[in-house]
Design a protein around this ligand. Structure first.
Ligand code: CA
Length: 230
């Protein structure tokens, strides 16, 4: 389960150490030394998780968490606060601001990786290796295979990620812009019609088992995965 992790930490030695451990575990790390840099990075591509230091120059970690939660585009990103403070009142303030979890320095790389996995499982099920099944369609991230009524289907890598996201967020309408953010991780440099192209390819791949109707077009809005139509 490789994730793109935005690390917001102003102390270079700590930033380096955490980034090293995350990269070693196979994650892709984006680094910011303050809140402004973090917001700039988030504007061009959405990370899967934000690791957020509490004490930052300029915008504080708590304030940054509040801003990310207050924006519809970023409100779903899991946030783990990193802090040297262990007081209960601070922990409550961090969670109130929208953090999903809280980890007190010093922490072991193993503990951090376990926390990251836990928040991803809770908030971003498409980032985990758990198999998903709906309406006779089964997607297994570990083996990278998709079955429709037990019949193997052939999907390209983008169609696979798209289907994974849709299956883990069923019955909701996603705009093209949201899909670019969630599936491509980037909504600035990719045109929205790219989404339509991949939806078309995904439906063509699902046609083999008659599951193409599960991927619905919601006129004027976007797309929805609905396992209840089959
Ligand atoms: Ca700091």
């Amino acid at each position: 389960m490789a994730a793109t992790i935005l690390l917001v930490e102003d102390e270079p030695a700590i930033q380096e150490l955490i980034a090293f451990n995350l990269q070693h575990a196979g994650h892709h790390v984006l680094r910011a030394a303050n809140g402004e840099q973090a917001l700039t990075l988030v504007r061009s591509a959405l990370p899967d998780v934000v690791l957020l230091d509490w004490m930052l120059p300029g915008i504080s970690g708590v304030e940054l968490a509040r801003r990310l939660r207050g924006d519809s585009r970023t409100k779903g990103i899991p946030i783990i606060m990193l802090t040297a403070r262990a007081e209960e009142v601070d922990k409550v303030a961090g969670l109130d601001a929208g953090a999903d979890d809280y980890i007190t320095k010093p922490f072991s790389p193993r503990e951090l990786l376990a926390r990251i996995k836990a928040v991803l499982r809770r908030r971003a099920p498409q980032m985990t290796d758990d198999a998903v099944e709906a309406g006779g369609l089964r997607l297994d991230p570990q083996t990278h295979r998709v079955f429709g009524h037990e019949k193997p289907l052939s999907l390209g890598p983008t169609e696979f990620r798209l289907l994974h996201f849709l299956m883990t967020h069923p019955e909701r309408v996603h705009t093209r812009s949201q899909l670019l953010d969630q599936v491509w991780g980037d909504h600035v440099f990719v045109e929205e019609r790219t989404v339509d192209v991949h939806i078309r390819r995904l439906r063509a791949a699902l046609q083999d088992s008659g599951h193409d109707a599960l991927v619905q077009t919601v006129r004027g809005t976007g797309y929805r995965f609905s396992p209840n139509v089959a």
